[in-house]
Write a protein that binds this ligand. Structure first.
Ligand code: XMP
Length: 326
């Protein structure tokens, strides 16, 4: 297949005027390409798939069918936001699949990180496949491919995204963002009216909380991780760090230590805070979080989250630590 190349004359989209011009052009092109046919999109709620969805909804409305698979490893409130923004506010044709039990049952007792990733990736494709088989008359598959994906598909960087779809799917592709850089996708997303927090959200790995609930995932530890992560995000938003730090999250290992709560012995897991800055995720430095913020987060997590009795801070840059713990 011929490689897509961004023309050197193409202006960098950095304001609403240029974004709206891009949107108008793409709406025309999409309508020409699609006609009165139907388009399918796997909508994860990440920046790229969300912007593609909003653009396609503007161009072809209900001819777009979005499928959101909740693999049970989303952060707190994420699937709800997809339903709120796309299903309700934008009135999209949205199919919501809660596949939590399927994923967690398959992952039970699996502790090896790459095996966990493989299970999550394969099951995602299976669920998406099953859903698309139930639909009639789909001619196109939309994807949130962006220009760095095309540059990186040369094999420079191993791609490990969950959501890679089966090659045998016989549908023509609709990839309206294929020439855009990430910053441009964000400007276009805001011009399309998507919430700022959705368009500027930090990167989140395809296997989601699955690679942060270290070792074999259990429902109670996954729940603790999700709640602790939500507190971290809330406190980072409160003190302005959310806008500044590239990626921040909690990891919860599968061992307990002794603690004390309400004057009683209280065994719990540690919550590990990781907050890093980087430009390309190949190397990363750690963010210096003010102690007052760390104290607040520690107080909240240890008092509000069932099962957590310590909060630790990861000070390791990449290298030698990777960004994720597994
Ligand atoms: P590491 O841990 O390799 O992470 O330093 C670099 C960046 O990639 C993200 N990451 C993943 N993204 N599927 C993804 O889509 C994965 O399996 C995966 N593993 C790591 C990580 O969050 C960081 O942004």
């Amino acid at each position: 297949m011929e490689k897509i190349v961004r023309p050197s004359s193409m202006e960098r989209i950095n304001n609403f005027e240029l974004a709206n011009k891009f949107i108008d052009e793409q709406v025309d092109l999409i309508r020409k390409q699609v006609g009165d046919k139907k388009v399918l999109l796997a909508l994860s709620g990440g920046v790229d798939s969300s912007v593609v969805a909003a653009l396609l909804i503007k161009a072809i409305g209900k001819q777009l069918v979005c499928v959101h698979v909740n693999h049970g490893l989303m952060r707190k409130g994420e699937s709800e936001q997809v339903i709120e923004v796309f299903g309700e506010a934008l009135d999209a044709n949205l199919i919501y699949v809660d596949a939590t039990d399927r994923f967690l049952d398959l992952l039970k007792d699996v502790s090896e990180p790459e095996k966990k990733r493989k299970i999550i990736g394969n099951e995602f494709i299976k669920v998406f496949d099953e859903e698309s088989a139930k639909l009639d008359g789909i001619s196109f598959l939309a994807q949130g491919t962006i220009y760095p994906d095309i540059l990186e598909s040369d094999g420079v960087k191993a791609h490990h995204n969950v959501g890679g779809l089966p090659e045998e799917m016989e549908m023509s592709l609709v990839e309206p963002l294929a020439l855009l850089y990430k910053d441009e996708v964000r400007v276009v997303g805001e011009a399309l009216g998507l919430p700022h927090a959705m368009v500027y959200r930090q990167p989140f790995p395809g296997p989601g909380l699955g690679v942060r609930c270290l070792g074999a995932i259990t429902r109670d530890r996954l729940h603790a991780l999700r709640e602790a992560d939500a507190i971290l995000r809330e406190e980072f938003a409160n003190c302005g760090l959310a806008e500044k730090v590239w990626q921040y999250f909690i990891a919860v290992p599968d061992f307990k230590s002794v603690g004390v709560r309400d004057s009683k012995r209280y065994e719990g897991w540690p919550a590990i805070i990781r907050a890093v800055n980087t430009t390309d995720a190949m190397t990363a430095t750690i963010e210096e979080i003010p102690y007052a913020v760390l104290h607040k987060i520690t107080d909240r997590i240890t008092s509000e989250v069932e099962g957590i009795n310590r909060v630790l801070l990861d000070l390791t840059p990449k290298p030698v630590g990777t960004i994720e713990w597994e």
